[in-house]
Design a binder for this molecule. Sequence first.
Ligand code: ATP
Ligand code: MG
Length: 470
Amino acid sequence: MPSRYRAAVRKTLGLAPGSGLRLPPASPREVAFRTANCDWHTRGVSQSPDRPGPDEPCVLLKLGEIVLKGRNRQQFERILQSNIRNATRDTGVPVSLRQREGVILLRIADGEQRGEPGWTQAAGKIAERVRDVPGIARVSQALRVVKTPEAVSAAAIALTKGATGTFAIRARRRDKRFGLTSGQLSVLIGREIVEAHGLGVNLSRPDTEVFIEVDQDEVFVFTDGVAAVGGLPVGMSGRGVALMSGGIDSPVAAYRMMRRGLRCFFLHFSGMPLTGPESIYKAYALVRGLDRFQGGSRLFVVPFGKAQQALASSGADRLLIVAQRRLMLKTGEALARRLSCTALITGDSLGQVSSQTLANLTALDDATKLPILRPLIGWDKSEIMAEARRIRTLAISELPDQDCCTLLTPRRVETRARLDDLRRIEGRIDVEDLADTLARNAQEYRQENSLIRNGQCYPSPAAARYPGLR
Ligand code: ATP
Ligand code: MG
């Protein structure tokens, strides 16, 4: 055995450096494990009727915070499983799902992909899709193999083919009755890799990590994984209405809340009929992009131009921006009641623009009984932009449009709005009634109900410039 491997093995097994390390290639115990396959099966545990064939590609999902949720855990797992099923349905690959301790196993269900040349690609497609499902912390494409030393080492050798530098085995037993300790298993398979490829061992900073997870009926072998969205499964924290401008902040805010388990319904105010429809296209494209995090998204659009005019002609003047925002929130609240939502979400960030001073945010809070969730309140614009780039909404948000808020903008904006003044202005136009009417007349756009086919569509060559719109 190479001396570097010997030292690493010593470390794995917790032996003092220099202590006699006896891991002869042919110890009776090892021979037994290597030759008598049945010894690898846990006594008393029934064998799965559909044991894996050789090297079955599958996907393993590590759960995030969900594992901390104690008593409610089962309910959370059910929500996550249903979200995963919905997400994988998009790929057209039939998938079967099994919950294991802290891990979800996705296998390609019986169908044409199984055993076909496209099998691995199908697993890759699934792995790619589920990365965007909140509640999953890590996604690994693994090989599911029979519980024999030959199968495990063959898989480990195949996965490290072409690797250079050093490696480490990370073994784990979910089947605690398995006859080898994790350390022993690491040594056993590690030696095979050294013999096959001549790689060095480095347990603290390896170039390649080989994970071996022993389950009741099978063993999973994989070399890496990719970080997924993390957070909590959508639906676990309830439902909210996300106020969605065509700007950069609001999609990021909605994403952050979906990631905390909130199902978002989207509400956009366009300046129609005083502006063109471009902002609607953007909102629609943004919702389409965000839909991969929750599925089944719904966008409601309110033509807001006339209501803005009414506020302006009731003497809002310097208070117009805050008064508009209050009317948006009141409309959001009316819509939320209809959709059984219990919160509003905005992309406000403290001090970013004059309507977001502390005094003005307080005046906004007063407009609704619902809590206003502002996940970006302490974020810098540069941080928000980096996140928008990461979740792929930035390019859409940066497309030009005429935002309704830039209509009728007063020359100077009040930074310390007073509630008395706001209420007086609102009293002149019966703002609660107006909010109800706006919410009732909100037009819904679903993916299958595209703008182009919708009765209220505005066919425009501009639509072609907006990604995600068909
Ligand atoms: P964003 O904040 O999305 O980048 P913005 O900077 O143009 O857009 P702000 O003036 O910062 O918008 O508005 C603060 C928040 O108010 C937005 O994040 C959004 O939640 C809400 N909001 C503003 N305009 C609209 C709109 N036209 N439709 C829906 N919500 C809006
Ligand atoms: Mg903003």
